[in-house]
Design a protein around this ligand. Structure first.
Ligand SMILES: Nc1ncnc2c1ncn2[C@@H]1O[C@H](COP(=O)(O)OP(=O)(O)OP(=O)(O)O)[C@@H](O)[C@H]1O
Ligand SMILES: [Mg+2]
Length: 728
């Protein structure tokens, strides 16, 4: 703290005495000091000066006003005395005119911006030397050589300048006394100078401290108010009153700071009921331990948006040290939470997908065996045999089981879709035929396809599945009847729509809407509905795969789903698929299988490679019965050996893809190198392989997805041969 010097002191300026360097008065010229007058003469005036100046400083008067008052007061002490204060800029070199009520204005203007130097008049030199410089006669003093003309023009002859220093010795400016005739200071002058520099130092330093404080405050204010978070100071307790909240609260929660501070219940009121226990527990812990307050919870904004916040606070004592307060920051972490959810969801999908993919191979092989044996049994039974119908049921069960595997793979997005340019209306019309039977009499069904619909790219079979899954869910949601509406529309989504719907990009879409007047869903159900195996239905009534499948198919088709639902008010699913411009052939509905009467036969030679004995035997026997010559191999090594023995008489390689040692693909590549005309038909129990044969480039190849019927095998083989014939 600065000690204010109320009593005039003799000798060099007190500030200089406190600094390390002692600074004796230096006379620039040889003019002698005048004799010292009676100090009591001005002591009364000086204490008056102190009082006045102090009052001004305390009253927050502007700095120039304080300095002017000091100068004016000193001017009055001696007839002909004129004083001035120059302030040193931060660069440490430039002096600025600040106060000089008695000096000519023009002169003050001329010396404004004066540069410090070894021969820069009295003031410039005093700062340079960091000590008092007394020039008794400007006209002949070398320090004034460059400036005397200016001073003399204004009738100034003597100038004694003393640096004004801060408490810690930093030079702040100069205090100078001028006379219009050559003169040296007497003891009283020195007293006055010491007094004035001390007062000026206090005033300047205080002013700078105020400016520093203002700058620091504005820095912190801008930091607090521009952070992407809400800063606050509040009393402890769930309903402790809030003392400060930063203005970001308005853009985040829709309350002005004043509104927020006006009620201490705002905080708890805005936290979602199901998250309040989190905030309360953190609050309790904080009160007990006084350690960092930390909680993540959701709050409802005034517009009804749910936002996630991370709340972190530390303990703070009130200015009087009595009350404990919380000083904290609320970060909006909604986006982070959304991404976490998405990540969790996709990890779950990935895990189920891997599981499904893993079992699909073995499972489909088993189905294949069941199907083939069942086919053989059925062939041996006459149509009116009582077991003929049972065999038909077995076949249906196999088909359902195969479709379940496909569903598992579809929602985990591992299913290989066969997307094609599609008229969704045609798919809808096809499904609508089934819906009547499916949904029962007490539900009113309205199917409203748009008159013209843009084309989309999707797998028609999967889109049928999507509509069916949604319709069945709606049926289940309306056990006592209701209304089910399915419609299609072209929509153009603009920027504004995209902004308010997460993950949507603007553009043209075909919208499929399925809405019902059923029981609806609460927020909890809605948050989970797309999760695989999530169901609210009784055991045996739902697998929880319906919406997961819908989600997988739609995502894989480049579209997105929007759901609105309210308990007891019904549910609306909106599916958007991007419009496709391609002038590709339009498929009006999923390809229906047309079964010709007889299984096609052949006489070619087939190298059959399959590690599952049951399947190899079945397929081999079937092909043999239908005219083919079949070479059996249990793996790739045996196949290579057989092929070597048989030369180039092999027309078709029929092989499993996944086999130990040499896989189907490698085998095909090695064999076709020396037999470029040989056809290849892969059998696969794992759907990732079931894309078209052109994947194996350069081969006349195709893939048959297990489980397949013997009939479709025969057809596939024939079509491979026929295709190659016609391409020749
Ligand atoms: N239209 C709807 N109205 C009300 N709740 C619905 C609706 N659609 C889905 N749900 C809710 O979402 C859950 C999950 O649906 P999803 O289709 O994935 O499985 P599921 O219908 O229970 O079983 P699955 O479709 O596999 O037989 C349902 O159990 C139900 O609680
Ligand atoms: Mg369902």
């Amino acid at each position: 703290m600065r000690a204010f010097c109320a009593k005039p002191t003799l000798g060099p300026p007190p500030r200089f005495r406190s600094s390390k360097k002692a600074t004796p008065i230096r006379m620039s010229t040889g003019v002698q000091l005048a004799a010292s007058p009676d100090p009591r003469k001005s002591s009364g005036a000086l204490s008056q000066l102190d009082e006045r100046i102090l009052a001004l400083i305390m009253g927050q008067a502007p700095l120039t006003e304080v300095l002017e008052a000091i100068c004016a007061q000193i001017d009055q002490q001696y007839p002909g005395l004129l004083c001035s204060v120059l302030l040193l800029e931060n660069d440490g070199r430039t002096l600025r005119s600040s106060a000089a009520p008695g000096l000519p204005k023009e002169y003050c203007q001329a010396i404004d911006g004066f540069q410090v130097g070894p021969r820069a008049g009295s003031c410039g030199t005093a700062v340079y030397r960091k000590q008092q410089v007394v020039v008794a006669d400007i006209a002949c003093d070398p320090l004034w050589a460059d400036y005397s003309a200016l001073a003399l023009r204004h009738g100034l002859r003597a100038c004694w300048s003393t640096p004004i220093a801060s408490q810690d010795g930093k030079i702040l400016g100069t205090f100078a006394i001028y006379y219009r005739e050559p003169r040296t200071p007497d003891a009283q002058h020195l007293q006055l100078i010491a007094h004035a520099t001390n007062l000026a130092g206090i005033a300047i330093e205080r002013d700078q401290a105020k400016a520093d404080l203002r700058a620091a405050e504005s820095r912190f204010r801008s930091l607090v108010e521009r952070l992407p978070a809400i800063t606050y100071v509040a009393e402890l307790g769930a309903e402790g009153s809030w003392h400060y909240v930063s203005p970001q609260i308005e853009s985040m929660l829709g309350f002005s700071p004043a509104e927020w501070l006006s009620s201490s219940t705002n905080w708890m009121d805005r936290i979602l009921a199901e998250d309040r226990h989190i905030a309360l527990a953190a609050e309790k812990r904080f009160q007990q331990t006084h350690e960092l307050f930390q909680a993540e919870y959701r709050m409802l904004s005034r517009e009804g948006c749910v936002l996630w916040f991370r709340d972190e606070a530390v303990m703070l004592r009130d200015t009087d040290g009595q009350r404990l307060l919380m000083q904290g920051v609320l970060y909006d972490i909604t986006e982070r939470k959304r991404l976490e959810d998405e990540l969790r969801h996709s990890q779950k999908m990935e895990a189920v997908g891997q599981l499904a993919g893993g079992v699909a191979h073995d499972f489909n092989n088993l189905l294949m065996l069941i199907q083939a044996h069942n086919e053989r049994v059925r062939e041996q039974l006459s149509a009116n045999h009582p077991a003929h119908k049972d065999a038909g049921e077995i076949e249906n069960a196999v088909l359902r089981a195969a479709s379940l595997t496909r569903q598992l793979l579809a929602f985990s997005r591992k299913q290989v879709l066969q997307p094609m340019v599609l008229d969704l209306n045609a798919v809808l019309t096809e499904v609508a035929k089934m819906l009547d039977r499916l949904i029962g009499k007490n539900i009113e069904l309205r199917v409203a396809p748009a008159e013209t619909l843009w084309r989309v790219k999707a797998d028609p079979g999967q889109m049928e599945q999507v509509i069916l899954n949604l319709a069945v869910n709606s049926r289940d949601a309306m056990p006592h009847g209701g209304k089910l509406i399915i419609e299609t529309r072209n929509v153009e989504l603009d920027e504004a729509y995209a902004r308010s719907h997460e993950g949507v990009s603007p553009g043209r879409y075909v919208r499929l809407t399925v809405s019902d007047t059923g029981i609806g869903m609460d927020a909890w159900t809605q948050a989970r509905m797309f999760e695989p195996f999530f169901t609210t239905k009784e055991p045996g009534k739902g697998t929880g795969l319906g919406l997961a499948t819908v989600y997988g198919v739609v995502k894989q088709s480049g579209g997105w789903i929007w759901v609105t639902s309210e308990p007891e008010r019904g549910t609306t699913f909106e599916i958007h698929l991007p419009q496709i411009e391609e002038a590709e052939k339009v498929v009006t509905t999923s390809v229906k299988k047309v079964k010709p009467a007889n299984t096609p036969k052949g006489t070619e030679t087939v190298l059959l490679v399959e590690d599952q004995d049951g399947i190899r035997d079945l397929v081999g026997q079937f092909l043999g019965r239908n005219g083919y010559t079949v070479l059996h191999a249990v793996d790739g090594d045996e196949a290579l050996r057989l092929a070597g023995e048989y030369g180039d008489g092999i027309d078709l390689l029929l092989t499993d893809i996944l086999m130990p040692n040499i896989g189907g693909r490698e085998l095909a590549q090695r064999l076709t190198q020396v037999r470029p005309d040989m056809r290849v038909l892969f059998m696969s129990g794992y759907p990732e392989h079931s894309s078209s044969g052109d994947e194996v480039s350069g081969l006349h190849a195709a893939v048959l997805q297990k489980p397949f019927s013997m009939d479709s095998l025969a057809r596939k083989i024939r079509s491979l041969f026929d295709e190659c014939e016609s391409s020749r």
